[in-house]
Design a binder for this molecule. Structure first.
Ligand code: RVP
Length: 503
């Protein structure tokens, strides 16, 4: 006979935290959100820990190198998406590892034989006023010139005019050589009254730009997450199909931590992938596995050697797995049970395996609930997709700015490896949708704002650290009627900006 769970499958919005005693020590400034990422033995420290408990989802619409840098600056880790070629994914990892604050990889590039018309198109698409002219039109090509709006006059020139005819040629450019510090590059900008200066290597290949406008906007990043060589930390998704080629390429590119990306991870495929890593690299390469939603799934992946275990099936904002296949579990129930299994495993073996709650965060307070229920960190897709730094288009629809956001199981992403159960190399049916999300501005501002709320609630619970929150949290299930009471009610709202802000 089938096994039945006693509890219904519950999600975050069905719970509330009940405040505990807070001493005068419980101030937001005193709260630490530091958290382990990979397993460790009792009495030891995790080889990788983060300053904030947030990672970005392994998705095309979320985690590329740009978002990875922005999140590492705030203290979290991005897992660069795996549904792309091994070469492209490794290149993204390399770009994060070689990123230097103030040195920007050029994303508006053109060849000298292209036309003014094409340049104007490019400018419209990227919004940048400085375009690099490289031999092959790439960001790393041999630099042959630069175009800014001072170089052409649309009213007097044919759209067919070749870029090489009006660009400022390399011979007339002031540049700096690779290896220069940011302060040296800034001196060149100032001394020569420039707005931008290109950085080139010994073969005249473009490596970066340094912009005057970035000088003042340089922010303080007290939580920056750096490796031992002072490079930003970054993660990468892998799948259970091409791991034997993909993993070595990602490790070589400098990925700090890997994660098997699968919608359902309680499977032999995951064990094979973990075995491959242990045989080839021992414990030196760190790899998480998942997703699971119960004790059995956790125990299987723990025994198989996962460094962390990810929880969640069907709770993602773009996910229709539950509708399509009838599998999954409410995210709160899943986190609560897996956290219990993690604690039992720790008691039994002395090994602490961090767990990550993946998907289904709608309000900022859901983050606090996930942590209180036992998650060590949280993976978010929709949340990060709304920011400037996510890889997708920003559009204006009916007067509102939105960004695109689509699931890995949608026809748009066609990430069949994530949903693979053996058999054909294709996506048989969709498990995700293509959507818009409200545009929300810069990652830094939003993450700081959200975490301020998390810290504030932790203070209400008398907790200054995540482990303390997990010990002290008191939680209640809310009735359907009290959920109504939780929002503004029985008043006529003047404006709705506050609630849209929270999402
Ligand atoms: P959310 O943050 O609620 O947008 O959820 C993001 C998570 O949803 C991802 O980390 C992943 O586990 C899951 N996902 C990604 N694509 C799909 C899909 O197409 N069904 N689901």
């Amino acid at each position: 006979m089938a096994e039945y769970f006693n509890e219904p499958s519950r999600t975050f919005s069905e719970y509330l935290l009940v405040p505990g005693y807070s001493s005068k020590e419980c101030r937001v400034d005193n709260v630490s959100l530091a958290t382990p990422v990979v397993k460790f033995r009792k009495g030891e420290e995790s080889a990788i820990s983060m300053k904030i408990p947030l990672v970005s989802a392994i998705m095309q619409a979320v985690s590329d190198d740009k978002l990875a840098v922005a999140l590492a600056k705030e203290g979290g880790i991005s897992f660069i998406y795996a549904s792309q070629t091994i070469e492209n994914q490794a290149a993204m990892i390399r770009r994060v590892k070689s990123h230097k604050a103030g040195f920007v990889t050029s994303d508006a590039n053109i060849r000298p034989d292209q036309t003014l018309g094409e340049l104007l198109e490019l400018k419209k698409r990227t919004g940048h006023s400085t375009t690099a002219v490289t031999e092959d039109g790439t960001a790393e090509g041999k630099l042959v010139g630069i175009v800014t709006s001072r170089d052409y006059r649309i009213s007097r020139m044919s759209l067919e005019t070749k870029v090489k005819e009006f660009m400022t040629p390399f011979e007339k450019l002031i540049y700096v050589k690779e290896g220069a510090t940011l302060s040296e590059a800034n001196d060149v900008l100032w001394d020569n009254k420039l707005n931008t200066v290109p950085v080139i290597d010994d073969n005249q290949r473009l490596t970066h730009f340094v912009f005057r406008k970035d000088y003042d906007t340089h922010k303080a990043y007290p939580n920056e997450l750096l490796d031992e060589h002072k490079r930003y930390m970054v993660g990468a998704g892998v799948n259970t199909r091409d791991y034997a080629e993909r993993i070595p390429a990602l490790v070589e590119a400098g990925a700090d931590v890997l994660c098997i990306d699968s919608s359902e991870g309680f499977s032999e495929w995951q064990k094979d992938t973990l075995d491959f890593v242990r045989e080839k690299y021992g414990d030196s390469v760190k790899i998480g596995a998942g997703n699971v939603v119960d004790r059995d799934g956790f125990n299987y992946l723990a025994e198989a050697g996962a460094d962390f275990i990810k929880i969640g099936i069907g709770g993602g904002s773009i996910c229709i797995t539950r509708e399509q296949k009838g599998i999954g579990r409410g995210q709160a129930s899943a986190v609560i049970e897996v956290a219990q299994a993690r604690n039992e495993y720790y008691e039994k073996t002395g090994i602490y395996i961090p767990i990550c709650s993946d998907g289904g965060i709608v309000y900022d307070y859901h983050m606090t609930l996930a942590l209180a229920m036992g998650a060590d960190f949280i993976m978010l897709g929709r949340y990060f997709s709304r920011f400037d730094e996510s890889p997708t288009n920003k559009l204006n629809i009916n007067g509102n700015y939105v960004k695109e956001y689509w699931g890995e199981g949608s026809n748009r992403a066609r990430n069949w490896q994530r949903y693979d159960m053996g058999g054909d190399s294709k996506l048989s049916f969709e498990e995700g949708v293509d959507s818009y999300v409200p545009y929300a501005g810069a990652l830094s501002d939003n993450v700081r704002y959200s975490l301020q709320k998390v810290k504030s609630t932790m203070c209400n619970c008398g907790a200054l650290t995540i482990p303390e929150l997990q010990k002290k949290a008191k939680m209640t299930i809310v009735s359907a009627t009290s959920i109504v009471e939780g929002g503004a009610h029985d008043v006529i709202l003047k404006e709705t900006s506050n609630s849209s802000n929270m999402r």
